[in-house]
Design a protein around this ligand. Structure first.
Ligand code: SF4
Length: 353
């Protein structure tokens, strides 16, 4: 089934087009202090290698903006400055030449200051994400709805969009993050009915790697299946590279993006005589940079492996003493020494690239 994506307005962050049916863009965020230039650069390079297409960076002070030209010189990837409370930082980041900014207007809570940001964005041609968060909805709207609801988030987003439109700046993207999955899904659904600005979707504070990836897959899966979402971030309390991997898995399972190696591995059972988990983990790490979509099977036994994974472009199945390499269910190599099997699988994979 092909998902019918909602037609949104197109904006550009750096060279990356967003919305209007363009591929859904995978984002993540640096988790290193901007004072740590070297650490930030290492993480930025790791994210780019994993397929991240836009990186957000928290800028807590005006001085921290100096990291922007440093990173832009070293790595070719659009950088979005994440600003809360202090609009002077947003103004400085735009002046320095950041590719986009993300503001949470609820934490700024001042019309004049939000309009100052809008004017600077208009002058410097900087796209802006208006990031509405249910925890920081302005009091006026909270009084109207009694509490922070999906309707309150939509009203808040439309209000701040209007402030930007008033100064003539419409290169905007919107996010609406609620306190739970259902509230977030409802907010995005309702917003999509009344506006065609592109949407950044994510489940805020999703949690640790395992539960956070599941929570994000549920929430983002519902929205993406309904055609909602132009950029995506899976927020995890973990290495941001896992955020990128999780995002591509969600998109790939919905047929929305196909990038990189899709590993088909069995859950193992009593027939498995190999440490399959270790081999799968290593193989995933060693092939993370590959952009071409290829299905690779890594199976725990020769009895069922090739048959169960006949969909795979290339695969390995481990026996008690040796392994076999197969492609689309047909055996290509037999009696491969187990300790060499992973490397031979990689060689065969590289032939397909
Ligand atoms: S492929 Fe083999 S080891 Fe893996 S789950 Fe199936 S029977 Fe068990």
């Amino acid at each position: 089934m092909v998902i019918d994506r909602r037609k949104t307005k197109v904006i550009k962050i750096g060279r990356v087009p967003i919305g209007g049916g363009n591929p859904i863009v995978v984002q993540s965020m640096l988790k290193v202090s901007p004072e740590n230039l070297e650490g930030s650069l290492i993480q930025l390079r790791e994210l780019k290698r994993a397929g991240c297409e836009i990186v957000r960076i928290a800028l807590p002070t005006e001085e921290s903006c100096n990291i922007i030209p440093f990173l832009k010189k070293e790595v070719d990837i659009p950088i979005v400055a994440d600003i809360h409370f202090n609009t002077r930082i947003a103004l400085k980041a735009m002046e320095i030449g950041v590719d986009g900014i993300r503001i949470n207007p609820g934490t700024i809570n001042n019309v004049r200051k939000v309009k100052d940001v809008a004017r600077q964005a208009q002058q410097t041609k900087t796209p802006v994400r208006i990031g509405i968060n249910s925890g920081s909805i302005e009091k006026r709207i909270l009084r109207k709805y009694g509490k922070s609801t999906s309707d309150a988030m939509v009203e808040s987003a439309l209000y701040y969009i209007k402030l930007f439109e008033d100064v003539g700046w419409t290169e905007l993207k919107v996010s609406l993050k609620g306190s739970d999955v259902i509230e977030t899904v409802n907010a995005y659904r309702k917003f999509s009915v009344v506006s065609d600005y592109p949407l950044h979707i994510g489940i805020t504070e999703a949690g640790p790697l395992f539960s956070g990836a599941i929570k994000s897959a549920v929430g983002l899966g519902i929205l993406l299946h309904e055609g909602i979402g132009d950029t995506i971030r899976v927020s995890l309390t973990s290495d941001p590279v896992y955020e990128v991997i999780a995002a591509y898995h969600i998109l790939s399972n919905l047929g929305l993006r196909k990038r990189g190696i899709s590993i088909i591995s069995c859950p193992t059972c009593g027939r498995c005589k190999t440490n399959l988990k270790e081999i799968v983990d290593e193989f995933e790490r060693e092939t993370i940079h590959i952009e071409k979509y290829v299905k690779v099977a890594i199976m725990g036994c020769e009895v069922n492996g090739p048959g169960e994974a006949k969909d795979a472009d290339i695969g390995v199945a481990f026996g008690a003493k040796s392994a076999i390499i197969f492609s689309r269910g047909i055996i290509k190599k037999k009696n491969v020494p187990k300790e060499m099997a992973k490397d031979i699988l990689k060689e065969e994979l590289f032939r397909l690239l």
